[in-house]
Ligand binder design. Structure first.
Ligand code: SF4
Length: 396
């Protein structure tokens, strides 16, 4: 990889104080004794990638998990220092840390700011205590509001909050109330996710066994429409299917994913997309930590794919051919309100989308799910509700 190429960096922190019953992320409770060794392993992996990729430029960093705010602030500081040593971190880099509302203290927030964290993503999920209990969250609605104020008072001006809808027991009035409380605090960025009952999670089993009601898909769709209306009225830009922002406050890190641009993920289970290869790291934090104790000499002269394969925690390397890269670029780009910029697509793939997907585009325009406007292909309002129907056409 040329030193001038820019990438985004995802840093996985696999620790949570408790495991929420709906969550299937690669994250674990009760492995806190592993933290110090894990942080050393993570720093070793970051340093190794820095050598292998020749200190690439990094525009965005995202500490996700898991619960990065559960890690001691000094550990976040030391990981940030390793990132600065290993990569060329842009002076205006967006550096986000995911946080649980119960984890903040003034000292912690000051330490984050001091080491370069400039954006927080707070997992609020709901401003309704009964639903927070249903979700098995550790915080209350009051904790969430307090955490937001603490972060803002500490000096964070770029804060995102996550909300969830389509929950078991959730009534439309509860969602309306959560939206109203969200708009009272007016965060610059809001992500809203419909609950997915993931296989193998306790919540999926409760629903399967009938001890918890199945979330109603029609009510969830009404909640989404309500969110669209409320956010628009409040002046937010609905810039991606599940994301709203104030002007110029879009998540730069997530835009990398939606534009199908290169990113490196470090830590167990983290995914990467570099040099037309998609790969992930082994999922077990313990095995990850063990393997990163004996880091091989960096094979700096090897081709990029040999370098990727030489990292001891990497597995599942998948070569992405141009056909798949184009289809994924369509699928991800159409999630954005900007849509697919036809000139950019043409520059990247040598011809406009209409040359590769003529039938699909004609059919989707006829169904009023897609339209061409201002030299970009975009989902219509209806298309946003039926994204999967649209995206599948590009993988035929
Ligand atoms: S805090 Fe987040 S990452 Fe951790 S278990 Fe709950 S939902 Fe999953």
């Amino acid at each position: 990889m040329a030193a001038s190429s820019s990438i985004s960096l995802y840093v996985h922190i696999p620790f949570c104080e408790t495991k929420c019953p709906y969550c299937d992320f690669n994250t674990y409770a009760a492995i806190e004794p592993l933290m110090p060794a894990y942080v050393s392993a993570l720093r070793a992996e970051i340093a190794l990638w820095g050598r292998l990729l020749d200190s690439p430029h990094v525009d965005t960093v995202f500490f996700g998990g898991g619960t990065p705010s559960y890690l001691p602030a000094d550990d976040i500081r030391s990981v940030m220092q390793t990132i600065r040593d290993a990569f060329t971190l842009a002076p205006d880099a967006e550096v986000t840390l995911e946080a649980n509302p119960g984890d903040f203290s003034a000292r912690k927030l000051a330490a984050y700011l001091d080491c370069g964290i400039n954006r927080l993503s707070i997992g609020v999920q709901s401003f309704d205590d009964s639903l927070l209990r249903t979700l098995g969250r550790r915080h209350t609605a009051a904790d969430a509001a307090h955490a937001y104020r603490q972060a803002a008072d500490a000096g964070f001006d770029n804060i995102s909050i996550d909300l969830m809808y389509g929950l078991p027991y959730q009534r439309i009035e509860q969602w309306q109330s959560t939206l109203a409380k969200t708009l009272e605090i007016t965060p610059p960025h809001i992500s809203m996710y419909c609950l997915t009952l993931e296989g193998g999670t306790p919540m999926e089993q409760w629903v399967e066994q009938g001890s918890m009601p199945t979330p109603d898909a029609d009510i969830a769709a009404d909640m989404y429409l309500m969110a669209q209306d409320e956010m628009r009225r409040a002046g937010y830009r609905h810039y991606e299917i599940s994301n709203w922002s104030m002007p110029n406050m879009r998540s730069r890190h997530n835009l990398t994913y939606w534009r199908n641009m290169p990113y490196l993920g470090v830590g167990p289970g983290a995914h990467s997309y570099l040099a037309q290869c998609r790969f992930s790291a082994i999922k077990s934090p313990r095995e990850y930590t063990r393997r990163m104790q004996a880091v091989p000499a960096a094979a700096c002269d090897s081709p990029i794919r040999a370098k990727i394969a030489s990292v001891p925690v990497v597995n599942d390397i998948e070569r992405i051919d141009t056909t798949l890269e184009m289809a994924e670029t369509m699928m991800l780009g159409l999630r954005l309100d900007d849509g697919i910029d036809i000139a950019d697509f043409t520059e990247r793939f040598g011809a406009p989308p209409s040359q590769f997907y003529a039938d699909a585009i004609t059919e989707l325009e006829r169904m009023e799910l897609l339209h061409t406007q201002d030299d970009a292909l975009r989902l219509t309002h209806r298309g946003r509700m039926m994204g999967n129907e649209v995206f599948s056409r590009f993988f035929a």
